[in-house]
Ligand binder design. Structure first.
Ligand code: HEC
Length: 138
């Protein structure tokens, strides 16, 4: 009898622990440390450039949408399975990042944010993606 009570207690503790972990599972990523050489980068694709809604959008939909969502709200189908929040590109806080900072976070990445240096090779295509992310501003 004593042993079964002990067992039940252990099981209950385990359930509480697992549930608590699930609830806390998705954490907001901490601040990014963007190296100076990226921070100072300037886009070569100006707002309104035709490549933003063609190449930029297509590249984003192919490589980014699955996690970040069609509008950058962080609600892509893969987002729920991640430990880190995929952020929200429509907010003023996000849009306050410089072009170079968005470039670094987008193509160099860290942890669950993949590196795209080998998948998106063309510099102009990368800037078109940054330009497309700029259009997600609320
Ligand atoms: C497998 C899912 C996944 C894919 C695909 C993905 N991302 Fe991410 N992204 C993440 C996660 C998770 C984070 C948060 C990482 C962190 O904070 O450590 C993130 C963070 C970012 C951030 C920084 C957001 C912020 O506010 O800190 C940018 C910008 C970004 N991603 C752009 C992109 C772009 C552009 C693509 C496509 C080329 C892309 N991501 C593809 C998962 C993904």
């Amino acid at each position: 009898m004593k042993n079964s009570i002990k067992l039940i207690a252990i099981i209950c503790t385990a359930i509480v622990f697992v549930t608590a972990n699930m609830a806390m599972a998705q954490k907001a990523g901490g601040p990014w440390t963007v190296p100076a050489k990226y921070k100072s980068m300037k886009t070569t694709v100006k707002a309104g450039d035709a490549s933003i809604n063609t190449v930029g959008k297509e590249t984003y939909n192919k490589h980014c949408k699955s996690c970040h969502g069609a509008k950058g709200l962080g609600d892509g189908p893969k987002a729920a399975n991640l430990k880190t929040s995929t952020s929200n590109f429509s907010t003023a806080k996000f849009q306050a990042y410089s072009d170079g900072e968005i470039y670094y976070m987008s193509f160099i990445g860290r942890d669950e944010m993949p590196n795209f240096e080998k998948k998106i090779l063309d510099e102009a295509d990368r800037w078109a993606v940054v330009g497309y992310i700029r259009t997600m501003k609320k």
